[in-house]
Design a protein around this ligand. Structure first.
Ligand SMILES: [Zn+2]
Ligand SMILES: [Zn+2]
Length: 128
């Protein structure tokens, strides 16, 4: 429960840690996440900002932060939210041991990908 996870970018200029379990884990198949990550799906987990510590310079495309040196996509954070959404692939340990509980924008999911068992499915964004 009180596990600390560490992560960072490919070159090591940006490092972060998150304490405890995430409040939610998900997949997003939307075209913005596809373009941003260069992959066909984006896996993320959300922690309260209070349990997140980052060192090193990041740059943002909107709220989406990346390492300006190596280009690794890292996390999404905005001043309006007290949460940070971290891209699962930036965590040091693989596999992460975290399982998505929701999938967003399933209408953009590649047909060869199967829904994650027991994950809530949303054709577009989750309804508020
Ligand atoms: Zn880097
Ligand atoms: Zn998305």
């Amino acid at each position: 429960m009180n596990q600390t996870r560490t992560g960072g970018c490919s070159c090591g200029a940006v490092r972060f840690r998150v304490d405890g379990d995430p409040v939610r884990v998900g997949l997003c198949h939307c075209t913005t996440c596809r373009k941003e990550t260069g992959s066909v799906v984006m896996a993320f987990a959300v922690w309260p900002k209070a349990r997140f510590k980052v060192t090193g310079e990041t740059k943002g495309w909107g709220h989406r932060q990346f390492c300006p040196t190596c280009g690794s996509r890292l996390f999404q954070a905005s001043d309006e939210s007290d949460e940070v959404e971290i891209k699962l692939g930036t965590l040091d340990d693989a596999p992460t041991g975290l399982t998505p509980v929701r999938e967003l924008w399933t209408k953009r999911r590649e047909p060869w990908m199967h829904p994650v068992s027991d994950a809530a499915q949303f054709a577009e964004n989750r309804n508020p």
